[in-house]
Design a protein. Structure first.
Length: 190
């Protein structure tokens, strides 16, 4: 069966299928077919479907938290650069599959306690990094939290509401919104 049937490949394929067709589409038969292997290979690696789903959630969470910590900690980058870096993670067309997986996991979290817990953990890590960036700009903790929430509301919202625009219009609007989110408004923060 080789590498294609490895544990990581099952998890990766599960995440891609989740983004493509939602949690209902993540079925052992579907994944085995996508990998070109038998279902038996699955059961040698996972106790059951739930074990795969838990492994998918854990991989997704580790990846998202590592990504945001890396972007938040750019040594030598200004807080403004770090905000722009965060927007680039989510707003680029390259990340269409990643955003589809994110949205599918958020939908799944509405009816699954484990998924909801993982989403909460990822969101807490994201907000912590973003709040630190805004604190570094001189905002109070309360305003830094509000701005961090606006930042993430924008990056996820733009993937849903800017779909009808051309790539050029999308880039222009994203740049304008990023400019607002990256403003240092400490002087009005009294």
């Amino acid at each position: 069966m080789g590498h294609a049937g490895g544990t990581e490949m099952w998890i990766e394929t599960g995440l891609r299928e989740l983004g493509r067709s939602g949690i209902e589409g993540v079925r052992v038969e579907v994944l085995a077919e996508r990998l070109g292997v038998t279902k038996g290979g699955f059961y040698r690696r996972f106790k059951d479907r739930r074990a795969l789903l838990d492994a998918m959630l854990e991989k997704w969470a580790r990846g998202r938290i590592a990504s945001i910590e890396e972007h938040g900690a750019h040594v030598g980058a200004t807080p403004r650069d770090r905000v722009q870096s965060i927007v680039k993670i989510y707003a680029g067309p390259i990340n269409a599959e990643g955003m589809a997986i994110e949205l599918a996991i958020r939908q799944w979290a509405r009816s699954d306690r484990a998924a909801a817990s993982v989403v909460a953990r990822v969101d807490a890590a994201r907000l912590k990094v973003a709040e630190k960036i805004y604190r570094d700009m001189g905002l109070t903790p309360k305003k830094a939290r509000a701005r961090a929430i606006l930042l993430y509301s924008f990056v996820f919202g733009q993937s849903l509401i800017l779909l009808e625009q051309s790539p050029r219009e999308h880039a222009s609007l994203t740049a304008a919104c990023t400019e607002v989110l990256a403003e240092s408004s400490a002087r009005t923060d009294a």
